[in-house]
Write a protein that binds this ligand. Structure first.
Ligand SMILES: Nc1ncnc2c1ncn2[C@@H]1O[C@H](COP(=O)(O)OP(=O)(O)OP(=O)(O)O)[C@@H](O)[C@H]1O
Length: 275
């Protein structure tokens, strides 16, 4: 369904924590990603912007080898821990993958877990606290760092919280393990909240204090969504997903000021023209 990949103007990262290479994914006969390349620089805030059904969740699934059984996949995803040997994500066994999704690359939003709407978040944080050997005080610090009232949120059932609080609490829970990379897929309310003031900065400072894989420069953030303005406010780099490829990637300022791909130009003009 898609044309051959275009050569996206991509600045080569110095120290990629994730490298997606020639990733193709199809569900049934429908190809969603077509030989997609994307490198994620360690410590960056990267936003992947794409229209609805452009394959953002499929890309997020790829970063943790979380495909449904119906997916046909080729290509590779490589993870490079700070100072460690590269890991081929698609070659992990079940136990390694479970640990990888907690300690190396954690995904929130999209079709990743989330909360049971009927029980309190305090109860739903417990398995993550046990798995990471951390205490509730750290959960409270992370919840406060994303701008939430920690006690109120922990005592609430997920159905009593609005979308932003639920998504942010999910992000705080994923951060308990100090993963190297936090992937935020389709969480527009959380992204809009974090884009205000320097809330993301205070959250990033709180991550990395639990002794996990978070690098010295803080966690790497990959946020995927459709809302260019909030994502651009949050991110220092933008990648534009279209027709199964990353058609453009670069610093947020460069992509907004001087978009080279026609799709990026349309996207930027659309948001400039919106109220
Ligand atoms: N498990 C699946 N089985 C069949 N088709 C799927 C499956 N998951 C996704 N798709 C299809 O693949 C395409 C891309 O879906 P994906 O969820 O990756 O895109 P997206 O950019 O995250 O979309 P949105 O912004 O609307 O959430 C869509 O057409 C979707 O219907």
């Amino acid at each position: 369904m898609v044309a051959a990949p275009v050569d996206a103007p991509v600045d080569e990262p110095d120290d990629p924590v994730l490298a997606v290479e020639r990733l193709s994914v199809a569900y049934g006969g429908d190809e969603v990603l077509d030989r997609l390349d994307l490198a994620v620089e360690r410590g960056d805030r990267l936003a992947v912007v794409g229209d609805g059904a452009s394959g953002k969740t499929t890309l997020a699934r790829a970063l943790v080898d979380g495909f449904p059984a119906s997916a046909r996949v080729s290509g590779s995803v490589g993870y490079r821990p700070e100072g460690g040997d590269p890991v081929s994500v698609f070659d992990l066994d079940d136990a390694e993958r479970e640990r990888f999704r907690r300690e190396a690359v954690a995904v929130v939003g999209g079709d990743a877990g989330g909360f049971d709407p009927t029980s309190t978040l305090r109860g739903q944080f417990r398995p993550a606290l046990r798995a990471t050997g951390t205490d509730e005080a750290r959960a409270e610090r992370l919840l406060s760092a994303v701008g939430l009232d920690a006690d109120r949120v922990l005592d609430a059932r997920a159905r009593e919280l609005n979308a932003a609080a639920t998504q942010l609490a999910d992000l705080a829970r994923a951060a308990l393990a100090d993963p190297a990379v936090l992937v935020v897929d389709d969480c527009p309310a959380a992204v809009a909240h974090l884009a205000r003031g320097d809330r993301l900065g205070s959250f990033e400072s709180a991550v990395g204090t639990g002794g996990g894989a978070t690098g010295a420069g803080g966690p790497t953030l990959v946020a995927l969504g459709t809302e260019l303005p909030a994502l651009a406010t949050l991110a220092d780099r933008l990648a534009v997903l279209h027709d199964g490829h990353v058609v453009e990637a670069g610093s947020t300022d460069r992509v907004l000021d001087d978009p080279t791909h026609p799709h990026t130009r349309r996207l930027v003009e659309f948001y400039r023209g919106s109220p």
